[in-house]
Design a protein around this ligand. Sequence first.
Ligand code: ACM
Length: 343
Amino acid sequence: YLHSFLTRRSSDLAASDPYQFRNLAERLVAIDNVNVIFGCYMSSTRKAVMPIVEKYNRILFYATLYEGFEFSNNIIYTGAAPNQNSVQLADFMMSMFGGQVYLVGSDYIYPYESNRIMSDLVHQRPGGSVVAQRYVPLNAGPKDFEGIVAEIKELAPDFIFSTVVGDATQHFYNAYADAGLDPKLMPIGSLTTSEVEVAQMGAAVAAGHFTAAPYFASIDSAENHRVLQRFCSRFGDDVRPNACWEAAYFQVHLFANAMRGAGTDSVPVLMPEILGSEFLAPQGRVRVEPANHHTHLYPRIGRVNAMGEFAIVRASRNAVAPDPYLVTHSMGDWTLALETLQE
Ligand code: ACM
């Protein structure tokens, strides 16, 4: 497997470009004979690789939270589906701050779809409404957020749902702080602002804002401490573990265990070993749901503290079954297993 990675050239970098992802994935499977790919962050890149792994019957392990409403026989989804993060974030933010929400996102499929889901969830609640929905370019800089924060100030929503991703995230939170807005009164809630983005913007700017994710580096469990210690001794303190890292970590273990069982990476033999398999991950024991190839995960809500760490303010005691099409979800699912851990 590693051959193609070890021999790659800089022109082979996919650089968040879906066309590059598709071309390079096709080269991996058709020329390099790779059966199993781990990768893609943005949904636009997963959507580009999906037809390739389907055409050649290969496997893609995908570690990012995403907008749901997808199934591929050839993908294993180990990041959160909307019923494992959006539903909980909507419930938490609306019950704590109110039902008037301002939506701002990067200009691509995940924010459009995630905002569609958030809008549905907001409208399910009496008095809930979306006061505005805005998009910025993927590579948005500080200037792109000047008008956004001016409008937020003017409309004064109860909270902001941000689906801004990547480097643009720090510019949005910085613009929010520069405008003198107060997270205690009108916080930002997100699914993509992780430890990595918080480190980029700095603790002072990030403090008080919320993120919903199955994993935060601050989880106080023996398994998380054990894995983080090994991670830090190998990679140092500069690389920030976040939810995508944790999903990428445990999906490789799911794969390794399946390989031990199958004795081959032949997809028809390997896939049944992956489906239904479990692993004690840093977030808790996870399981791949055979019915939809997504993973049973533990919803959590974290609020950034003054040290730039996520203090976990709500957590699900039990893993929540993935429901990528939001068929059976209700706001009640979360409250069933919810505990308030801190103020
Ligand atoms: C994403 O694009 N799935 C964050």
